[in-house]
Ligand binder design. Structure first.
Ligand SMILES: Nc1ncnc2c1ncn2[C@@H]1O[C@H](COP(=O)(O)OP(=O)(O)OP(=O)(O)O)[C@@H](O)[C@H]1O
Length: 656
């Protein structure tokens, strides 16, 4: 297939230079999408149906045996050899069970080692005599040591995950799931699925994956390309709203108020604050005649525009045409027969422009927010009855910014500028947005994401117990309301694929203090001796390094997680000991398998072995106890095969 694509000759295709380039570009993309990945086998499963499938129901109709793989592969005649895992017929591979065999006689799973086929395993689903056994291949695949970035899970998607992956494109899905239940994996596979099922529509409108920080984004960035999807954008919320340069930090109280949805109304008022009713009529001179639109008529036009649900900028563009239309009516009444060109000319006339400038002035969103946060009187006028005087005082900049370029913008301010920008001009909507680690967003941030999928849908993924921002969300229905996807379905995933049972049940002791409503997750990893807790009397750092060496003696990656302010000391010690280490998000290799992870960046990441330095310091690193314990919960749930906790100070009492 790749050779076919490479050999396509477009030199004598008729068309302009531009169409030639577009065609060339498309062929290059096709070749790239068909690239051979040495470690990625083309198929991982086989389905033998009891009978032939109806022509319309499957991609490769006509036979009753299908190989399931990462992408569609056909032979020289164009007949399918491997069916894409996203095709309707492939769903049976994930959903069929002994209870509901879905017409499957045999399901075969293939096992690979480094790209080489080394095993297979059969389930005769329709044979009542066969005894059900847990799949060893499935277990081996799930328990593979982790080196390098996140991998796809197409071969082992579980039935409850598959349902979310294939949920209808028109609806927004929200997934609450404990650490390691596969939320991120499911979100990424869902985009791949939606692009397959609705390629035309989604490729045009665009798709986007939003993650908490760039370490996380680089950790997940290879999953979609491995599934043949090269065009899904990735960003953090901060990158989406980068209208101004962030160079300051808010106090938590100020950030909470700035992230509150009430700010949307404050901004709406601020944008419209400049709308002024005219006190003089508008006189337009055309040739030898003068036409007059009286004050009351101008007021009517402006009030009508102000009352409509259109963007400030769109109304500003419509106003001169409305006034010109009023002039036109008067011309007709006066016996003239003006056409559209006359209306345009009147709309562009100096007199009409002057009215627009005075009554509906242009708004620069960044300048507007600059004024709002720097001018107490203006803020008081816009926030009257919405924010208390104390709240207003809390969000005012201590020193007003002089210009958009030099002002002390914070991350929360940038979100306000984004809201103001949208009030002036509608933000274009994408086809689908996946929002990961969603629990950490403020209501205003949800709004920023929501306006990027107003006509599309979203997949919202998160865990209320892992919310570590002062504005972290307490309820999904509320978050979805801010997102503009009120009433979306909330699913829960509770089977953990990452964290061993011993470790997750230890971490779950924190749940009553950090998220009382949530049920603890279970785990498919039941290995013994996965958790070690060591009290260290002296030289904590030395003991931590020894624990890292011990972990590095085994296969896979090791993450050393520590409170942010312990990082410098640990870095120095690692250097002194001659132990090379990476920063989060950089790829682990066979030579460099140790990553030093500040607790604040651990979210969403995972390592085979985790060494956790001083839990009490992780808790103390946050402004309040609940957030500290949640940060600790995140740090405790990053390990795939084993966790070693080292402490000199007493462990937090909540750990029991
Ligand atoms: N069905 C599956 N088969 C194999 N591996 C899986 C499956 N589901 C999830 N995993 C693996 O489990 C690990 C955790 O998944 P993921 O990171 O998506 O979880 P998460 O719910 O987003 O976790 P967190 O809340 O910590 O961010 C990953 O290594 C993922 O590949």
């Amino acid at each position: 297939m790749r050779e076919d694509a490479e050999q396509l000759d477009i030199s004598d295709v008729a068309g302009t230079w531009v169409t030639q380039q577009v065609l060339h570009d498309q062929i290059q993309r096709r070749i790239a999408a068909l690239a051979d990945l040495a470690d990625t086998p083309l198929f991982f499963g086989r389905l033998d149906f009891l009978r032939a499938i109806g022509e319309d129901a499957s991609e490769g109709a006509g036979g009753s045996r299908f190989y399931i793989g990462r992408r569609h592969v056909h032979d020289a005649e164009g007949d399918p050899m491997v069916i894409d895992w996203r095709a309707p017929v492939s769903q049976t591979f994930y959903q069929a069970s002994r209870k509901d065999p879905m017409d499957i006689a045999k399901r075969r799973r293939f096992g690979y080692t480094g790209g080489e086929l080394t095993a297979y395993e059969d389930e005769n689903l329709s044979d009542p005599a066969e005894i059900e056994q847990a799949s060893a291949l499935l277990a081996a695949e799930i328990e593979k040591p982790r080196v390098g970035p996140m991998r796809d899970i197409v071969a082992t998607i579980q039935p409850e995950q598959d349902e979310i992956v294939r949920a209808d494109v028109s609806g927004t899905v929200c997934v609450q799931g404990a650490p390691g239940t596969g939320k991120t994996a499911v979100g990424l596979h869902r985009v791949a699925y939606l692009l397959y099922a609705h390629r035309e529509r989604l490729a045009k409108a665009g798709t986007l994956v939003i993650g908490p920080n760039s370490s996380f984004l680089s950790y997940i960035e290879q999953v979609l390309p491995a599934l043949g999807e090269l065009d899904v954008a990735q960003a953090t919320v901060q990158q989406l709203v980068a209208h101004v340069e962030v160079r300051a930090q808010d106090a938590p109280e100020a950030a909470v108020i700035k992230g509150d949805a009430r700010l949307a109304e404050v901004l709406r008022r601020a944008v419209r604050d400049g709308i002024t009713m005219p006190t003089e009529p508008c006189m337009v001179v055309r040739g030898s005649r003068r036409w007059r639109v009286p004050v009351y008529e101008l007021i009517e036009i402006i009030e009508e525009l102000a009352g409509r649900e259109i963007r400030y900028g769109a109304a500003m563009a419509a106003l001169p045409q409305r006034i010109a239309h009023a002039v036109l009516l008067k011309m007709e009444q006066g016996g003239e027969a003006p056409d559209d060109r006359v209306q345009d000319a009147v709309a562009r006339s100096r007199e009409v422009k002057a009215v627009v400038k005075a009554c509906w002035p242009a708004v620069d969103p960044a300048k507007l927010v600059l004024r709002l946060l720097g001018d107490a009187e203006f803020l008081a006028r816009c926030a009257e009855g919405i924010l208390t005087p104390e709240e207003q005082a809390a969000i005012l900049w201590p020193k007003p910014g002089r210009s958009v370029k030099t002002a002390p913008w914070t991350a929360a301010d940038a979100v306000l500028v984004d809201e103001a920008t949208d009030l002036v001009q509608r933000t274009p909507s994408l086809g689908h947005v996946v929002l990961d680690e969603a629990q950490d967003l403020s209501p205003m941030q949800y709004r920023a994401v929501g306006r990027r999928c107003t006509t599309g849908s979203a997949t919202v993924l998160g865990d209320l117990a892992q919310g570590t921002t002062p504005w972290a969300t307490a309820s999904w229905p509320e978050a979805l309301r801010h997102l503009g996807k009120d009433g979306a379905h909330v699913e829960e995933l509770t089977t953990g694929f990452r964290v061993p049972e011993q470790v997750i049940s230890y971490a779950s002791r924190l749940l009553p203090s950090i998220a009382p409503g949530l049920a603890p997750a279970t785990s498919i990893r039941t290995g013994q001796d996965t958790l070690a807790i060591r009290r260290v009397a002296e030289d904590l750092t030395g003991a931590v390094l020894a624990a890292c060496r011990e972990a590095l003696g085994r296969e896979g990656s090791t993450g050393l997680i520590a409170a942010d302010d312990r990082l410098q000391a640990l870095e120095a010690a690692l250097h002194a000991a001659g132990m090379p280490f990476l920063t989060p998000g950089t790829e682990t290799t066979a030579e460099a398998r140790l990553t030093l992870v500040p607790a604040s960046l651990a979210k969403g990441l995972e390592y085979d072995y985790v060494v956790l330095d001083e839990p009490a310091a992780v808790v103390a690193g946050e402004p309040d106890r609940r957030t500290g314990l949640r940060r600790l919960y995140v740090a405790l749930t990053r390990a795939v095969s084993g966790l070693t906790v080292l402490h000199a100070e007493p462990l937090p009492a909540e750990l029991g």
